[in-house]
Write a protein that binds this ligand. Structure first.
Ligand code: Z5A
Ligand code: MG
Length: 213
């Protein structure tokens, strides 16, 4: 019997949109339904590259913005082979930030155009679904932990949000992140289940390229 592939599902959004909360809830629910599902998150702060990113984000080191951009992309590439293997062996990955954050944050912090920012991620596995969690500014700023890391300023977040919208293609959908946690979860679960079903016999695509992997 041929093993059906898993789906690559990504949650994107500005800071404190609720991504990490929802990624965890989705994997728990999919697992409870007997669907093989695992969390991945970017930045993955456990790798050597990830440790450098962590130091940068927490203001322990200063680095040029271009260097940081390539580190974030490199952090995805170092996980790429393992992620593809998991997906092709039937596991659905629920990913907490991915290339969308990469392009949207650097374009907002440096003023570089989005096409420059997208380029290092070209050829990574293409998400089957990107759910963009949208939150209003007042809700965002009221959530726990706001303001401690480098990019957590309202005017910057507005640019990031605008960039995320410009990155949307047919694989992206918006979800209202202002709703309560269970309502957001219900919406994401419906999207996840239908995407898993739709893509199980389809090839995994390449990000920013039209040909499948
Ligand atoms: N970055 C980048 O520049 N380039 C890249 O390529 C990548 C990332 C991948 C760290 O990311 C930074 O890296 C980030 C982007 C940049 N910018 N900054 N600063 P991160 O993912 O490690 O950031 P984080 O600090 O772990 O998470 P976050 O994105 O800021 O938050 P979140 O995951 O979206 O939210 P949460 O942790 O699920 O929820 C926040 C709080 O709100 C928490 O107390 C929840 O219980 C509460 N919450 C969540 N949902 C709700 C609802 N619906 N109602 C009420 N309360 C809620
Ligand atoms: Mg998070």
């Amino acid at each position: 019997m041929t093993i059906k592939r898993g789906a690559l599902l990504v949650l994107e959004g500005c800071d404190r949109a609720g991504k990490s909360t929802q990624v965890q809830k989705l994997v728990t629910e999919l697992t409870a339904r007997g669907i093989s599902a695992e969390v991945r998150r970017f930045p993955d702060r456990t790798t050597e590259v990830g440790k450098m990113i962590d130091k940068y984000l927490s203001h322990a080191v200063e680095l040029p913005a271009e260097t940081v951009h390539l580190l974030f992309s490199s952090n995805r590439w170092e996980n790429c082979t393992e992620m593809k293997k998991a997906i092709l062996s039937g596991t659905t990955l629920i990913v907490d930030r991915y290339a969308g954050s990469g392009a949207a944050y650097t374009a907002a912090t440096t003023g570089k155009d989005l096409s420059w920012c997208k380029e290092p991620d070209r050829g990574l596995p293409k998400p089957d679904l990107v759910a963009l969690l949208e939150v209003s500014e007042d809700v965002q700023a009221s959530r726990a932990g706001w303001g401690s890391e480098r990019f957590e300023r309202i005017e910057l977040q507005q640019k990031i949000s605008s960039n995320l919208h410009q990155l949307m293609d047919e694989s992206w959908v918006t979800v209202n992140g202002n709703d309560d946690i269970d309502k957001v979860h219900a919406k994401l679960l419906t999207l996840a289940l239908s995407t898993i079903e739709t893509v199980k016999n389809k090839p995994l695509g390449e990000l920013y390229n039209s040909k499948p992997l």
